[in-house]
Structures are given as C-alpha cells and as structure tokens.
Ligand binder design. Structure first.
Ligand SMILES: N[C@@H](CCC[C@H](N)C(=O)O)C(=O)O
Length: 293
C-alpha cells in the first residue's frame, strides 16, 4: 500500500482531489486517478490534480513554463488527460496560496495548455485562459454551426459550434424559454462529427444581455455541476452568434453549481469565480496491475 496526502476542493461545485507532489512524487497512474475520483470507494471528484514544482514537470512543460513555479497536472475522473481545466486553475491557485507555495496578487501556473496568469479578485480568482478560437471556422454555416448534437430530452439533432479553449468544446444554443433541466445528461450526447480527441458539450440558453445559463457534459467525466472552460466557450459562442457586440464583453454564466464570470478581450477570455479547499487528509492507494507496491 502507498499512503499519500490529498486535499479536496471545488470551484462552483466542479470538484477535485489535489495530490501534492512537492518533491515530484507521488506519480499517479490512470488507475490511481479512477480510484481517487471514485465517490464511493475513493475520495471523490470530477478530476484529480497533482501539484508539481515545475522542475519536476515533464520536459515540454518545463520548456514552456516561463516564470511559472508550479505545474497543474490535471486528469479527468476516468484517468484521461485534459489540456486545461478553468475551475481547476482557481482551486489550484487557492491551494498554493493557502499553503504558502505562492504569494501576492498575481502569479503564473503551468498547464498542458501553456502558462495561465492567475489574479486574486473579489470572491476568488480570475484566470487568463488565453486565446479562444473557432475550431472549425470555415465549416460554420449561415446559422453559425459546424456540427450537430443529439441528446436525450431534445427531439431533434441540435446545431452546435466547436470552440477551442485549449481543450475542445461543442456549444449548443437552445431557445431562452427552454428548460435545461429536461435534458438527460446521464447519457453521453452524440456529437457529429465528433472531434478526434472527443469534446465537452455545453447546452446554453440566454437569460438576458451578457447573461446565460448552461449545463455541461464533460469529456472524461459526464455531467458536472460546472466547467470553467465550458462557461468560457458558451459565453464566447453566444457573443459570436450575436455578432460580437462591443458592449457585451462581460458575461455571467449560471451553472448548476453557482455562477462564473467571463470577460472577453478581443481573442482572449478571462474566467473568474470562487475556489474552496474543503478537506485535507491521507488516503491509501490500492495495489493495482499498474502499481505493484
Ligand atoms: N472542468 C474543467 C474542464 C476539465 C477538462 C475537460 N473534462 C476535458 O477533458 O477537456 C473546467 O473547469 O474547465
């Protein structure tokens, strides 16, 4: 048995098991991630984040880290790697500050999608998510869609737009009067064409100017209470569909787990919201075929 320390945190109820690896250990396998994220047998979370000093990060991360001192090694609940996690960055930043591993109002963290600037703001953190882009822009039709999504609870295939936020998103706009709670996200939505590496799918309805609500089905997880990069993709897609109005650069995004803020600065997106650490402890990793000690 290997005993490791962990912390449990969340951002708008998108929850994570944080594993401090302050001397570069422990390494964790995909089986370890599945165990740690398991809500019955393990600690429970939508994902697992190792807290790694940049000097112990993989070579490609070290090479691109700039001034970042810490690498957010993010994994989805099913053990797969995710390039980025918006809510995860805030929870990671909160862990660094609470534990004296960072200080000050601004600092950088390294991710698989490059370096992200974190800023302490009222009620939490803002993260510069970097450049957003339409993933398949030339294929978008006159309705602004490049794919369709079939989901239980909606009768017909729904037009959707693919947004790259460092990780892949497919955003579906529903009418303002649509009741999002009628969608059954226990079943994986079917996206056509499905991007090569899969996608996160956001279902969005407008509430008012600069204000939307969404539910999300995350790649490698299932339905979650919130997704930061998903909220950014949803706001950017809604703004793009509206013709990119100059007076709607700030968005509120209601998610089942709370509310996130999104700020657009030309091709960059800035996500803000709360972050909480709710527990710390130790846990024994079971012996699995991929871990023999
Ligand atoms: N919940 C995250 C996104 C996590 C990664 C995602 N499931 C993927 O595989 O891309 C967020 O807050 O952005």
């Amino acid at each position: 048995m290997t005993t490791i320390s962990f912390a449990k945190g969340h951002g708008t109820k998108n929850d994570f098991v944080l594993v401090p690896a302050l001397d570069g250990t422990p390494a964790i396998t995909a089986d370890d991630v599945v165990f740690l994220a398991d809500r019955r047998a393990g600690v429970g979370g939508d994902g697992v984040i190792r807290v790694v000093p940049v000097e112990h990060a993989p070579e490609d991360i070290r090479a691109a880290a700039g001034d970042a001192r810490w690498f957010m090694d993010y994994r989805n609940q099913d053990g797969s790697l995710g390039e980025m996690c918006g809510n995860g960055t805030r929870v990671f930043a909160k862990y660094l500050l609470d534990n004296g591993l960072e200080s000050g109002r601004d600092f950088d963290i390294a991710t698989r999608d490059g370096v992200k600037r974190m800023t302490v703001v009222d009620g939490g953190f803002e993260v510069d998510l970097g450049v957003w882009r339409l993933a398949r822009a030339p294929e978008a039709d006159e309705r602004g869609s490049d794919s369709v999504v079939q989901v239980v609870g909606a009768p017909d295939p729904l037009p959707a737009l693919s947004i790259d936020m460092g990780n892949p998103h497919t955003v579906v706009a529903l009418p303002p009067e649509f009741d999002l709670s009628t969608l059954d996200l226990a079943h994986q939505p079917r996206v056509d064409p499905l991007p090569e590496h899969g996608t996160n799918v956001e279902f969005v309805r407008a509430i008012g100017p600069g204000h939307i609500a969404m539910r999300v089905h995350e790649r490698g997880v299932g339905e979650t209470q919130s997704c930061g990069t998903g909220a950014a993709a949803a706001a950017v897609a809604t703004w793009w569909w509206a013709g990119q109005p100059a007076d709607q650069l700030r968005w509120r995004v209601d998610v089942p787990g709370g509310q996130l803020g999104l700020r657009i600065e030309s091709d960059r997106a800035f996500l803000s919201g709360p972050a909480e650490i709710v527990a710390t402890g130790t846990v024994q990793l079971p012996i699995t075929p991929s871990r023999n000690a």
